[in-house]
Ligand binder design. Structure first.
Ligand SMILES: *Cc1c(COP(=O)(O)O)cnc(C)c1O
Length: 376
């Protein structure tokens, strides 16, 4: 074996999409061939079938396929009638798409802090944040774990607010006896390639139970039309491609197994690292099933550990290093340092370790060994 091969083998990537898609290559080719031979690129049976199958997987009455998770959220807000100046409450510890969707639908962002254990919305912060302009709440099921939905839904009910779930990182995660995306009035999903269910390009979907909301999102994704060239309003070009729908249909039957593999990887990490002071492992709330989109640990020496792991060939990520309320993009909201202490502490200490379904126990062991070899 050449040195190059030894090195290549000893690398542990943060995510291995090549290994993930390799076994499905032939089926993807079949989808492509059928689309080309039938010239079916937009809409059609693949999209309709995927919508049915995905809704069934989530346990929601319906789904609408869209071009991204960001547009899934944005069209959800528009379909719910969000108007200029309406306030929507979410967390500053998420990807910016959550808040972009609020702003781009005409809403105003209002942040609440996260819970230190689950790193998702702290329900006890909600009451103080709800004001006369508040219309909705967007909990984010971050890293693959559901937010604590019961108290969130209760606050929403008390104040007559809607709840849209950002489920972009949590395909198949559960909360008590429900699946994420089936608890709020709308669930927004992303099929960006790195997500637990990831297309071969950009894609997304909403799930919902109200037929009127599903129909409105269907209109909005296609220029506001109710039938060809009949426009109820202006809309967008936000459809799911037939090809991506076909690729996602190839993957969907494997999702449950991939989720179990991710959970096994998480368990291997726990076994190998154990409970200790230097590296805090992610908490898994007793209320549901975590699907480990990411395996995020916390340590005071995050930067040094990340650099050390890099020299040992272990890829890592930071999700997310700068809280949204401290981003230049949101300077105008007027939140300063100290506004959301739990989020700020998390951002400064978190580190995402390699996590993908094909990861082996040997690879997990080598990451754990590298962490232990760090000169603490
Ligand atoms: C990925 C993601 C989105 C956006 O999805 P896209 O498909 O990339 O537009 C929204 N929210 C969260 C939490 C995400 O992780």
């Amino acid at each position: 074996m050449s040195e190059v091969q030894i090195n290549a083998q000893s690398q542990i990537p943060f995510l291995d999409l090549v290994a993930h898609h390799r076994p499905l290559e032939e089926e993807y080719c079949r989808v492509l061939r059928e689309a080309v031979r039938g010239a079916r690129f937009i809409g059609g049976a693949e999209v309709a079938s995927f919508e049915r199958e995905f809704a069934a997987a989530v346990g929601a009455p319906g789904a609408v396929g869209l071009n991204s998770g960001t547009d899934a959220l944005r069209l959800a807000f528009l379909a719910l009638g969000l108007r200029a100046g309406d306030e929507v409450i979410t967390v500053p510890h998420t990807f910016i798409a959550t808040t972009e969707a609020i702003t781009q639908a005409g809403g105003r962002i209002r942040f609440v802090d996260i819970d230190d254990r689950t790193m998702t919305m702290a329900p006890d912060q909600l009451e103080a944040a709800i004001g006369p302009r508040t219309v909705g709440i967007v909990p984010v099921h971050l890293y693959g774990q559901a937010a604590d939905m019961d108290p969130i839904l209760k606050s929403a009910m008390r104040h007559r607010l809607w709840v849209v779930e950002d489920a972009c990182q949590a395909h198949g995660a559960t909360y008590r006896d429900r699946t994420v995306g089936a608890m709020g009035v709308v669930g927004g999903f992303s099929f960006y390639p790195g997500k637990n269910l990831g297309a071969l390009g950009d894609a997304g979907a909403v799930t919902a139970s109200d037929p009127a909301i599903l129909a409105r999102i269907r209109q909005l994704r296609e220029h506001g039309q109710s039938e060809k060239y009949v426009h109820e309003s202006e809309g967008y070009t936000a459809r799911l491609d037939a090809l991506q729908a076909g690729f996602l249909r190839v993957q969907l039957p494997h999702l449950a197994v991939w989720t179990e593999q991710r959970r096994q990887v998480a368990q291997w990490y726990r076994d190998a690292l154990g409970v200790q002071d230097r590296v805090r492992l992610p908490d898994e709330a007793a209320y549901g099933k975590h699907v480990y989109h990411l395996f995020v640990v916390r340590t005071e020496r995050r930067r040094e550990l990340q650099r050390f792991l890099q020299t040992r060939g272990v890829g890592t990520g930071l999700h997310y290093p700068v809280p949204l309320h401290l981003q230049r993009a949101y300077e105008h909201l007027g939140y300063g340092t100290g506004a959301f202490p739990v989020t700020e502490r998390a951002s400064a200490t978190l580190l995402s370790l390699p996590m993908f379904p094909e990861m082996t126990q040997d690879q997990v062991g080598r990451v754990a060994d590298a962490i232990k070899a760090f000169p603490w």
